[in-house]
Design a protein around this ligand. Structure first.
Ligand code: GDP
Length: 298
């Protein structure tokens, strides 16, 4: 997920740790290289700048450069700062608020971002790892194929889907899903909303109407991690218009740079809750900042 960045950083830090004694100037030079590595990973400029500044403030001055293992101290500071940039002040961003049954989860995002796939993956996870009874419903009235796709996924993973009824509006389907989830004793119902190729007013209005009808416990934005900074811009827009509670970052199996993962929290203030790591139904991981910071630093 972060192979390129990880390789670049390990080059910088290998040199630093081998060097023994360090001056403030050595630290500065290394951090300049860190900044370039972050920008090459498609991390947004203000995030890269703030990151380096925060590390610099902690790493220069007496304590670090005078310590016995200054290089390792710098690496530790970078590690902690990476974790901070990935997680903000949340302890557990992967946790979902789904205690009051039936808890609605609204899945939103652009077409092709991996929304339907992620809905299936998350339903499977909630069923198998959390022991939840899940109902899924497709609200994509524009693409019958998308509705069928969710139904097929449901059969594959053993999760119920709301029967497809032709001619209903998205809001009508959402109401029916809510009713069936309540009557059927489901713990969670997931609404896979329609996507567009670009953000447009009709799409946003429809999602807003659905949101107002079901009052979701979680509104998860699915974005394609391969699009880097664009993924972060999409998240900002969706959050501004409909309010999101978290992000599912897909296609991270194909992204050696990981810039979207690093900028998302700092730019949007919203946590990445899950990452998609493939097309299969179990290729979904919770986003654990500490483990990921460790992975980036090798
Ligand atoms: P939607 O239009 O947003 O509902 O997108 P889909 O769920 O139909 O996904 C579009 C394509 O992306 C499908 O071929 C998926 O198998 C693929 N896809 C979704 N998530 C991932 C992921 O995390 N990694 C990879 N490699 N492919 C993914």
């Amino acid at each position: 997920m972060f192979e390129n960045l990880s390789e670049r950083l390990s080059g910088v830090f290998d040199r630093l740790t081998k060097q023994g004694a360090l001056s403030d100037e050595d630290v500065k030079t290394a951090l300049r290289e860190v900044r370039v590595a972050l920008l090459e990973a498609d991390v947004s400029l203000p995030v890269a700048r703030d990151f380096v500044k925060a590390v610099q403030e902690k790493a220069t001055g007496q304590a670090v450069t005078k310590s016995v293992t200054p290089g390792q101290q710098v690496v530790k500071i970078v590690h902690d700062e990476l974790q901070h940039v990935l997680a903000g002040d949340d302890d557990n961003p992967g946790e979902l608020k789904i205690d009051n049954a039936p808890a609605p989860i609204l899945m939103v995002g652009l077409q092709g971002s991996g929304k339907t796939t992620s809905t299936g993956k998350l339903a499977k996870r909630l069923k198998e790892k959390n022991g939840k009874r899940v109902l899924m419903a497709s609200l994509d009235i524009y693409r019958p194929a998308a509705m069928q796709q969710l139904e097929i996924l449901g059969t594959q993973i053993g999760v119920d889907t709301l029967p497809i009824v032709a001619g209903e509006s998205a809001v009508q389907i959402a109401k029916r899903a809510k009713q069936q989830a309540t009557l059927g004793g489901y713990d969670v119902y997931m609404l896979d909303t329609a996507g567009r190729l670009q953000i447009d007013e009709t799409l946003m209005q429809e999602v807003e109407d659905v949101r107002d009808v079901v009052n979701p416990r979680e509104t998860l934005l699915v974005v394609d991690g391969l699009t880097g900074q664009v993924a972060v811009e999409v998240a900002e827009e969706f959050d501004g218009k409909i309010g999101i509670s978290g992000v599912v970052l897909t296609r991270m199996d194909g992204d050696g740079r990981g810039g979207a993962a690093l900028s998302m929290r700092a730019v949007t203030g919203k946590p990445i809750k899950f990452v998609g790591l493939g097309e299969k139904m179990d290729a979904l991981e919770t986003f654990e900042p500490e483990r990921i910071a460790g992975r980036i630093l090798g």
